[in-house]
Design a protein around this ligand. Sequence first.
Ligand code: HEC
Length: 278
Amino acid sequence: MKIDLSKIAVGTILLLLMGIGAQAADTVLKIALKGQTRSFSAATLLARKDITTLTIANDVAYKKSMTYKAVPLLALLGEPDKLTFDTLQAAATDGFVSQLPMSLVKRGAAGGAVAWIAVEPPGKPWPKIPKKDISAGPFFLVWQSPEKSNVAPGQWPYALASLTGVRSPMQRWPQIAVPSSFADKTQEQQGLRVYIKHCLTCHQLDGGGEAAVGPDLMKPMPAVEYMTEKGLRALIRNPAAVRSWPKQQMTGFAKKVLSDIDLDSLMAYLKFKASAGR
Ligand code: HEC
């Protein structure tokens, strides 16, 4: 059989081009606000006038100081007056979905922690995240001076794919809410806030939420029913202290991230949700 080398060469080039095309399509950040969706490639963001070299002292993904090319998030979202939605949903390619209160994002313009979108330069990839197979790119939402606004690790979404202006999680998913007959300061209400900040990023609860990293914590059986309180508390602090395997994904919550008071509230919230369903 005679092999036509030129055809193979053309085929290979086509395949290569398709490969590059697919990669470029992946590296787009979608921003959907009030029904209008815009897409930004890494190259577009890197060419902006407000691109800045930024050093993040305690990077949550890399656990060390990192220097990035980054764009201020607020500038990317547009005119402040038009940002009337109350939550910015930040979805990552791996199923992680953070619900960022707009009050937190806006505080960046008034002395609080400032959110930036760090952009991985095409052709100059960032290192892999410790214990992961991926880098934090192509886009990574990072915070400057996070301590100013008590920003949680779950509010640093990496491998970011989209930002969407939405209503608050309680409005969107009534099944996660606590009735207003519970005062604001009750453990159940505070536990709901802890849950949204730290757990909703990876888990759903009774189908509420958009994350798809870990299991639903209510359905089909509530976690508080098949785990002892002691076991569940230990798992939240350090999952590997309860059971461990190579592909375990959930990371624990140290006291400086989730105080004992927060953990008590979270337990009260999960128990309330499990009992309210009946
Ligand atoms: C970064 C993602 C992530 C976050 C954040 C996270 N989890 Fe998890 N969780 C997982 C994954 C994934 C599993 C499945 C086991 C694994 O791979 O670690 C899991 C397992 C669990 C389990 C065991 C469920 C079972 O039946 O085995 C419980 C309970 C749990 N998580 C509760 C929580 C609570 C409460 C929070 C918030 C304080 C939380 N998780 C935050 C990803 C996460």
